[in-house]
Write a protein that binds this ligand. Structure first.
Ligand SMILES: CC(=O)N[C@H]1[C@@H](OP(=O)(O)OP(=O)(O)OC[C@H]2O[C@@H](n3ccc(=O)[nH]c3=O)[C@H](O)[C@@H]2O)O[C@H](CO)[C@@H](O)[C@@H]1O
Ligand SMILES: C=C(OP(=O)(O)O)C(=O)O
Length: 430
C-alpha cells in the first residue's frame, strides 16, 4: 500500500495548476446516461473516483473513449473523455461498485428518467457520517416514482408514461439530491420546481452542461431551480469547472508553510468565503488573469473561527485542511462542523504531530502551537488525508501518511504539484 513521505519545513514557491473538479466531473459523467449521443467532457481529472465511475458507467452500457482513443491515457493529467450510451445495457448498479463511492448512487436519476426503472445499491463513500438517501428518494417520489428498498438496494420505477414534473422543497440542502432531481426532471413531463436546492458551483456546472444537451433549466446556483421537461437530450461538449476544494487546499498549504504560489486555471469566485477566511489568517490573496496568487511572508498565522455551511458558506470539504492550518496559529480558534456529524477523524491524527485540539460535539477548539513534529499518521478519509499532508509540510522532520488511497480519490498528482513548489514529498510504494 502506498504512503506519502514528507520532510517538512520548506516554504512553497511556484505555480500549481488546478485540475478539473472531482465533484463536478462525477455528476457530469453520470449525465451521459441521459442521451444516446456522445457527451464530451474536457478537463476531467485523473482520479480514482473518476476511474471507478467509468467502471460503473461501462456496466450500464456507456462506451468511453479517452482523447478519441479507446485505450486509457495513463500520464495522470486531466483529459478529454467521450461518453456514449447508445442504449442502457443494465439498469442495476451493483453493491460491489456503488459501495466504494457515494456519487455512484446518483445514476438512479438518469436511469429512472431514461429507462423508467433503476435498481441501485445503497451507497458508500467517505466515512464522515451516516449519509442517508431519504432526500433523493422523496425527490424522486415527488416526480411520481415508486420506491422500494430491498436487500440493500433501492428499486425505483417510474409511472407508465414516465416521470412527471412537480414542485418539491428539500427539507435540507443536499448537493447530491439536487443533482439527481435536476437530471431526472430534464426528461419528465411538464415543469419541475426544486426549492431549497443546493447552490454549489458544481450544481450550476451540471445545469449548464444539461442545457447544452438540450435541457431547459433555469435558476441553478440559486435556491429555486426550474426544469421544463423535454422529450430527449442530445450530445454536447462541456469543460469541467476548476476544483475549488483543490484550490482552497493549496491556498491553505501556502498559508501554512509561508511562501508565494500562483494557482493557475482557477477562480476566486468559486470559493470567496474560504479565501476571505484565509485573508483573515494573514495570507495575501490576489486574483490574477488566470487564477489566484497566495502569499504569506513573515507574519504569524492569526486564529479565525469558522462554521461549515452549504455554499456559499465555508465548505465542509475544506474544514480538515483549515484545522491543520489553525494548529499553528498564534491563538485559539473554534471550528464548527454542521454538515457531517463524524467529520473530525483527522483530529487524533493531527494530535500525533503535536496539535492541541479538543472536541465538544460539533465543535473543535484548536489551540495553536509553535511547532509540529513529524510522525507516522493514518489518512481516514479524502480531505482528512490532505490535512495531514498540510500539517506535515510545516512539521519538523519526517511525516509518513499511510492509507493514501483516500488521497488518490480526489487529488491529481499531489506529490508532483507540491514538489515543483519546493516541498519534499514523495510516494513510497511497497
Ligand atoms: C461527490 C460530491 O459532490 N460530494 C460532495 C457532496 O456530497 P453529498 O452530495 O453526499 O452531500 P449532501 O449535500 O447530500 O449532504 C449534506 C447533508 O445532508 C444529509 N443528507 C443528504 C442526502 C439525504 O438524502 N439525506 C440527508 O440527510 C447528509 O448526510 C449531510 O449531512 O456534498 C458534500 C457537502 O458539500 C461534500 O462534502 C461532498 O464532497
Ligand atoms: C466527501 C467527499 O466525497 P464523497 O461525497 O464522494 O464521499 C469529498 O469530496 O470530500
Amino acid at each position: 500500500m502506498d504512503r506519502i513521505r514528507i520532510s517538512g519545513g520548506n516554504r512553497l514557491r511556484g505555480i500549481i495548476p488546478i485540475s478539473g473538479a472531482k465533484n463536478a466531473a462525477l455528476p457530469l459523467m453520470i449525465a451521459s446516461l441521459l442521451t444516446s449521443d456522445t457527451l464530451t467532457l474536457e478537463n476531467v481529472p485523473h482520479l480514482a473516483d473518476v476511474e471507478g465511475l467509468m467502471r460503473i458507467l461501462g456496466n450500464h452500457g456507456v462506451d468511453i473513449a479517452v482523447n478519441g482513443r479507446r485505450e486509457r491515457q495513463e500520464d495522470g493529467y486531466s483529459r478529454t473523455i467521450h461518453f456514449t450510451c447508445r442504449t442502457i445495457a443494465d439498469t442495476t448498479a451493483p453493491y460491489e461498485l456503488v459501495s466504494k463511492m457515494r456519487a455512484s448512487f446518483w445514476v438512479i436519476g438518469p436511469l429512472l428518467a431514461r429507462e423508467g426503472k433503476a435498481r441501485v445499491s445503497l451507497p458508500g463513500g467517505c466515512a464522515i457520517g451516516t449519509r442517508p438517501v431519504d432526500l433523493f428518494l422523496e425527490g424522486l417520489q415527488a416526480l411520481g416514482a415508486n420506491i422500494e428498498i430491498d436487500g440493500g438496494y433501492v428499486n425505483a420505477t417510474a409511472p407508465s408514461g414516465g416521470l412527471v414534473g412537480a414542485k418539491y422543497t428539500f427539507p435540507k440542502v443536499s448537493v447530491g439530491a439536487t443533482h439527481v432531481m435536476m437530471m431526472a426532471a430534464t426528461l419528465a413531463k411538464g415543469t419541475t420546481i426544486i426549492d431549497n436546492a443546493a447552490r454549489e458551483p458544481e450544481v450550476e456546472d451540471l445545469a449548464n452542461c444539461l442545457n447544452a444537451m438540450g435541457a431547459r433549466i433555469t435558476g441553478a446556483g440559486t435556491r429555486t431551480i426550474t426544469v421544463e421537461g423535454v422529450t430527449n437530450l442530445s450530445g454536447a461538449r462541456h469543460r469541467v469547472l476548476p476544483d475549488r476544494i483543490e484550490t482552497g487546499t493549496y491556498a491553505m498549504a501556502v498559508a501554512m508553510t509561508g511562501g508565494d504560489v500562483t494557482l493557475e486555471g482557477t477562480s476566486a469566485a468559486l470559493l470567496e468565503n474560504a479565501l476571505d477566511v484565509l485573508r483573515q489568517t494573514g495570507a495575501e490573496i490576489t486574483a490574477t488573469e488566470t487564477g489566484l496568487r497566495v502569499v504569506r511572508n513573515g507574519h504569524g498565522i492569526h486564529p479565525v473561527d469558522i462554521v461549515t455551511e452549504p455554499f456559499p458558506g465555508f465548505p465542509t470539504d475544506l474544514q480538515a485542511q483549515f484545522m491543520a492550518l489553525m494548529t499553528r496559529s498564534s491563538g485559539v480558534s473554534h471550528i464548527t462542523e454542521t454538515i457531517f456529524e463524524n467529520r473530525f477523524m483527522h483530529v487524533q491524527e493531527l494530535a500525533r504531530l503535536g496539535a492541541r485540539i479538543s472536541l465538544s460535539g460539533q465543535m473543535a477548539r484548536v489551540e495553536g502551537v509553535q511547532r509540529l513534529k513529524g510522525a507516522p499518521v493514518m489518512a481516514t478519509d479524502l480531505r482528512a488525508s490532505v490535512s495531514l499532508v498540510i500539517a506535515g509540510l510545516a512539521a519538523e522532520g519526517e511525516t509518513i501518511v499511510n492509507r493514501v488511497y483516500h488521497l488518490d480519490r480526489g487529488f491529481e498528482r499531489l506529490e508532483e504539484k507540491l514538489t515543483r513548489c519546493g516541498a519534499v514529498v514523495e510516494r513510497v510504494s511497497e
